[in-house]
Design a protein around this ligand. Structure first.
Ligand SMILES: *Cc1c(COP(=O)(O)O)cnc(C)c1O
Length: 390
């Protein structure tokens, strides 16, 4: 295993909190997982918890909580810190607001077998595992993740999933997700990719993961060697805040890009965390620098207990307004929300066509339609429309 370089901040953190740990151990992703922090008492060693957080962490009836030591090193000591609010439970998680649901995308009725979610005609999700490197408090699939009982019989679930894809030739795109597929061993991932790649009608395979940003030690040369056997293979990486782009996660992204994997980001818009144009712009710029193309900015799904993290849709439109035209086009993700069941994703775009007017042509015999287009400066320009008739 070639070692990841680490930042001075990581070094200080290891010296202070894990003085007996060698750099080789720290860089071993299995060590990181074995040392996951799961209780308020353990977490209190690193940050001063509020009474609210302590109470929330002591209640075991909500969804999973676990943070690996690397990610703990990113937590702010301030309860309003961005990374801290995405990962540490608070009591507001027990408050359900109108329209929220345990299964906000209505996936469960669209699971013909346990491992498959089939909500679009030509593509499916393949749920490979329920395990994650960390558990995001706004997780759409919080009802399924972190529960060991969910992935006891994974081989049987995978086989049923492969069979389903084989029997349905309209499936040309498979998105391997979970849980986080990159928490599986190299051998298991190799097996899943080999089986899916062997299905002739599957053209496109993607993996959805937060591992490059939440467990960068996992992105070993050995893993990259497995992944690059199955091109075209794309990676959708979950990332929320520019503070997640570190010395370590940069190297993880660079290794994946060097292995030929096109990288696209998925960011969830979160209140008080990244609902700010400057924060998002910085994040998108950092991503481009490590060869990740911003793909989606998702409106936060109305999952039960997420009210304290969800913004209005208007706020998301303002974020796109603040990016489009104000920075590199490549840095602007699609803003989308996802509706339950067959509803699916809908792109949300600020209005550009704000009106039209007919003008008499120069020869006086006809008229030409001009559209009123609003640009990134907020000015309206007239634009001559074309004709669809031949
Ligand atoms: C989001 C999603 C996909 C992938 O959608 P793209 O727009 O192609 O990225 C596929 N299946 C399901 C069920 C999804 O929720």
């Amino acid at each position: 295993m070639s070692l990841l370089e680490h930042s001075a901040q990581t070094r200080t953190f290891i010296d202070r909190y894990f003085p007996q740990t060698t750099i080789d151990q720290w860089n071993d992703w299995k060590w990181q997982i074995r040392h996951q922090i799961k209780t308020a008492a353990e977490l209190s060693r690193f940050i001063t918890l509020t009474e609210n957080e302590k109470t929330a962490l002591a209640r075991a009836d909500k969804f999973s909580f676990a943070i690996n030591p690397y990610t703990v090193s990113l937590l702010e000591n301030d309860p309003a810190g961005a990374i801290r609010r995405t990962l540490v439970a608070v009591e507001e998680e027990w408050m359900n607001t109108e329209g929220e649901s345990e299964d906000p995308l209505g996936e469960d009725p669209h699971r013909p077998v346990k491992a498959i979610v089939h909500r679009y005609p030509d593509r499916v999700l393949f749920l490979a595992t329920g395990f994650c490197a960390v558990y995001c408090r706004y997780c759409t699939r919080s009802r399924l993740v972190g529960d060991a009982a969910q992935y006891k019989s994974e081989m049987k679930a995978w086989q049923d999933g492969f069979d389903y894809i084989r029997k349905n030739p309209e499936i040309r795109d498979v998105l391997i997700t979970g849980g986080d597929p990159l928490t599986l061993s190299d051998e298991k991932l190799d097996f899943i990719l080999k089986e899916i790649r062997s299905i002739p009608h599957v053209e496109f395979i993607r993996i959805g993961t937060k591992v490059p940003f939440a467990l960068p030690q996992r992105i070993t040369p050995e893993l990259c060697a497995v992944l690059k056997k199955y091109h075209p293979l794309y990676l959708s990486v979950h990332v929320i805040h520019p503070r997640e782009v570190t010395t370590e996660s940069r190297q993880a992204c660079e290794r994946l890009a060097d292995a030929g994997l096109p990288l696209g980001s998925q960011t969830v818009l979160l209140k008080g965390i990244n609902d700010n144009v400057e924060v998002l712009k910085k994040l998108m710029h950092e991503l481009l620098k490590v060869r990740v193309k911003p793909y989606y900015l998702f409106h936060c799904d109305p999952v039960a207990g997420s009210g304290h993290l969800r913004t209005s849709v208007q706020k998301g439109l303002e974020m796109i307004e603040g990016l489009r035209g104000h920075t590199t086009g490549y840095a602007v993700p699609h803003y989308a929300l996802d509706m339950a069941g067959s509803g699916g994703k809908a792109a949300l775009v600020p209005e550009s066509v704000v009106g039209e007017e007919q003008r008499a042509t120069q020869d006086g015999h006809g008229s030409q339609r001009f559209l009123k287009i609003r640009n990134f400066r907020g000015e309206t320009h007239l634009y001559p429309d074309g004709f669809d008739e031949l």
